[in-house]
Design a protein around this ligand. Sequence first.
Ligand SMILES: *[C@@H]1O[C@H](CO)[C@@H](O)[C@H](O)[C@H]1NC(C)=O
Ligand SMILES: *[C@@H]1O[C@H](CO)[C@@H](O)[C@H](O)[C@H]1NC(C)=O
Length: 826
Amino acid sequence: MAVLCREDTKRTTSILRGRTWQAHHILVLFVFVAGVARGQVRYSIPEEMTKGSVVGNIVQDLGLDAKRLKSGRARIFTEDSREYIGLNADKGTLVVKERIDREELCAQITPCSLHFQIILDNPMEFHRIDVEILDINDNAPVFNKKEIIFEISELAVPGARYSLDSAKDADVASNTLQSYTLQPNDHFTLKTITRPDNTKYAEMVLKTPLDREKNEEHKLLLTAYDGGNPQKSGTIRINVIVLDANDNAPAFTQSLYRVSVPENTSKGTIMLRVSATDADQGTNGEVMYSLSQSSDSISDLFDINADTGDIVVKGLIDFEKSKTYELNVEARDKGGLTDTSKVLIEVLDVNDNAPVISVISFSNPVPEDAAPETVIAILNVKDVDSEKNGRVKCSIVSHFPFKIKPSSSNLYSLVTDGILDREKESEYNITVTATDEGSPSLSTNKTMTLKISDVNDNAPLFPQKSYTAYIMENSSPGVSIFAVEAHDKDAGNNARVSYFLDEFSVNGVAATEYVSVSAESGVILAARSFDYEQIKEFHIRVRSQDGGSPPLSSNVSVKIVIQDLNDNSPQILYPVQTSGSLVAEMVPRTADVGYLVTKVVAVDVDSGQNAWLSYKLQKTTDRALFEVGAQNGEIRTIRQVTDKDAVKQKLTVIVEDNGQPSRSATVTLNVALADSFPEVLSEFTDFTHDKEYNDNLTFYLVLALAVVSFLFIVSIIAILSVKCYRWRRERMFNKSSGNLPVIPYYPPLYADVGGTGTLQHVYNYEVCRTTDSRKSDLKYNQPCSQSIISLDSAGTQTLTHRQMDKLILDESEKVSTFFSDYAQII
Ligand SMILES: *[C@@H]1O[C@H](CO)[C@@H](O)[C@H](O)[C@H]1NC(C)=O
Ligand SMILES: *[C@@H]1O[C@H](CO)[C@@H](O)[C@H](O)[C@H]1NC(C)=O
């Protein structure tokens, strides 16, 4: 609203009601020289009026005629270059010509006025015009920034002040900044302070403590108000960031942690994670974990990751050492605040220990005759694991004759469970297996080598029930006949076999007379020389005995067969050779061809081939007249006897056996070819033996008689001296009353050896039915009979006819008839 002010030069009055003139220095007074009309008008207009708006009517206000304006060519003179106000000469009004911004023109200076002159010519008139520009509230308070950021520690105490930026308002007076407000105001209040220059600023005062943990940012709005109408305002955002302070201690999520860990858990295994939270931020909320107040043993076993709180296994956890562990864990933030918690670790048993078998006692060796249930060993079996893992079962291989028996806790006895036989199994490797019940189960083996000691429970045994051994007759004494061997299954002394000849009589003679047995080797030795013709076989019994206590023995029968040697020459039984007498067979001259002259009868006490006799004519007067049957010894004529044939015929027959080498005997027989006995006699007178032979015989007989007499005398002397010696000994014995030296005992076996150098001159011999000889010349009806033939040392036959007859009768009926025929002839 424009206010018209009219001011005379004489009376300068303020026509602007309610306003005081504040600035004189910009009031321009135009004082003209005399004769020049002078006037002054003052107007007030608000700023920012639209162009063309009327400021004032100078015609009226200056009391000028409108025509005068035209004629005077009224115009505006201003010292400024810019004409804000123009003159409308037609209407005599001042109008706004350009936009007028008070703040631009005068800033904060008040009052703000435009000064110019209206100049009129003819006559010259100057009229001063003052246009005061009035402020309108066209500016709002403005802050320089859009946002202010405060970082305030949460520890800031109430009353702390924070100055805020000021707002600026270009307007003046009441249109300029008047007040501030702060929203919201739960933590802060606003205090507005007026500076000496009347400008105002605000401070933010902390009213209640901040807590970052609740709210780490506060957004506030500061508003500045001016006093215009309408009121204008400007705002700035205030961002309060609450800075963290270490006002919170870490806190574990649990005051006690429990965890179960199997023993032997590998190193580095994470068992458990403990966790502590810290409401603080940044380093204040960074928690470090540690094990506190833990013993060496614990810190050797466990470790904690300082950053994550992972509790890891560091050493070897052994259930058998400790079943539980208690750890103290501490959480510490960088600000030094701490919390503690406990971790209870329960160690779980793992079947990591195999049972241990220790032998407490062990009887080794055990005799094979040990009764069943004999305790052999006592074992202690332990497993340090607990529960099932420590429960143990013991076993052994089932086919052994042993069993294992639990006796008391952890003790087991190994006992026999059957018959032991060292001869079958002399040693057992008994493996005891102890197995626990863990899963998987562990087991331990213990092998004990048990030796079975020998008991003399086996007699020495001969492989055969009986043996047959052979010995040649006439072998020298001491010759080894055979060896028996018995085996004893026992061991050591129990198997040391000795051999003995059993007391046994062979044909009424002690066996020891025949053989001896080497005790050590079982070799049977001949104790004498054997004559097949006397004994063909005999049985002995050899006993074997071991060295056990008591000893065991067995016996075996040995049949000893004596084998024949051709050691006997054939013996001619007929015709009987006599030295003195003359025997002749008579053959009648009329005898036919094939006439049986006689039969040479010979025997050979050997057997078999050795007794197989053959007959040959060795020497004869007339070879063409006689022949002898090679097998039967029959002498027959082979041609007719003629008159030319001599009466005296001499035949020598040789009898040979078939042995190797063969032995033979010869017999000479006289044959008389005559028809009558006297004829024979006359012929045979010179048929005598040599006188020389008889003389020699006589000489030998005398010599023999002398020798026998000498021996007789020597014997008598020897007997007498022995008697005398004994008589003296007895006397000595009586005196010394029995302190006799022990006379060693020699078994009869040995005693005989020296005396067996020569054969006894009495032989037993058997004549047996000889089935193996060629078609027998002699047939004996008696199966076997024994005869005794006495032979003189020279081996010549001295049998008389009577003896001969007796002998022949004994031998065979057939032979006896044969001989009797001949006796008649003779
Ligand atoms: C027992 O064991 C030992 C040694 O290992 C061995 O020499 C022997 O032959 C074994 N005995 C048996 C009966 O197996
Ligand atoms: C010989 O052994 C048999 C059994 O083989 C026995 O019956 C007999 O009594 C024994 N004889 C002697 C003399 O020991």
